[in-house]
Design a protein around this ligand. Structure first.
Ligand code: ADP
Ligand code: AMP
Length: 214
């Protein structure tokens, strides 16, 4: 099963993608996580990506597409995968479709998690990310057992620089301009499914499993 998660920054793509990956036993591929790991490791790709990410801008398509196409060609992806944060532009979606076509494959679902802009800034200011393993929480909606400490690995939790309100506004503007057109793109392909992302995260997951099947 090959799935794309769509939605504004902070809509809950990562939260739901992790749950989908665990339930359906497929890899969770997050381009944001890949870039943050590269930044942490000080790679050339990380250095380039950081200059865009810090400003709330998208990393250029040519730095993203090959990376994802290589990743979905790895052995653990034969049963499928859930893409989180990719594609984010029409050229990325077209490049992915072309790559899949050349392997005689196609995407099964594009799940759009719908959350209005008003809710997003609040969500993002409450998001906390682990500096060590990248796990994400929310101070109200998905708190850790011990404040400021990652449940997963015991690492320190931080507010990501790009989750600060001024950068979130920029990211939302970029989302509407460059990523939202993908909703029409996947509607035309006949694979778009929309879920309400404003409800409790377990209820969002129920709506998603209702689409994907038990
Ligand atoms: P994205 O991957 O789309 O940027 P995340 O999955 O990281 O978004 O979610 C953004 C923040 O909102 C996180 O702190 C997460 O814990 C929280 N969150 C996710 N889904 C919900 C929900 N349905 N209700 C309330 N908060 C949520
Ligand atoms: P995310 O963790 O998915 O919110 O991504 C964080 C940041 O990484 C984004 O704001 C972009 O700067 C960058 N990024 C992640 N995925 C992509 C992508 N597919 N195309 C361009 N930039 C991306």
């Amino acid at each position: 099963m090959k799935i794309i998660m769509l939605g504004a920054p902070g809509a809950g793509k990562g939260t739901q993608a992790k749950k989908i990956a665990a339930k359906y036993e497929i890899p969770h591929i997050s381009t944001g996580d890949i870039f943050r790991a590269n930044i942490k490791n000080g790679t050339e790709l990380g250095k380039k990506a950081k200059t865009y990410m810090d400003q709330g801008l998208l990393v250029p398509d040519e730095l993203v597409v090959d990376l994802v196409v290589d990743r979905v060609n790895q052995d653990d992806c034969t049963k499928g995968y859930v893409l989180d944060g990719f594609p984010r532009t029409i050229p990325q979606a077209e490049a992915l479709d072309k790559a899949l076509e050349s392997m005689d494959q196609k995407m099964d679902y594009a799940i759009d998690i719908n959350v209005p802009d008003e809710n997003i800034v609040n969500r993002m200011s409450g998001r906390r990310a682990c500096v060590d393993c990248g796990a994400t929480y929310h101070i109200v909606h998905a708190p850790t057992k011990e404040e400021g400490i990652c449940d997963n690995c015991g690492g320190e939790l931080i507010l990501r620089d790009d989750d600060k309100p001024e950068t979130v506004q920029k990211r939302l503007a970029v989302y509407h301009e460059q990523t939202q057109p993908l909703i029409d793109y996947y509607t035309e392909k006949g694979i778009l499914k929309t879920v309400d992302g404003t409800v409790d995260l377990e209820d969002v997951f129920k709506a998603i499993t209702g689409i994907l099947g038990e």
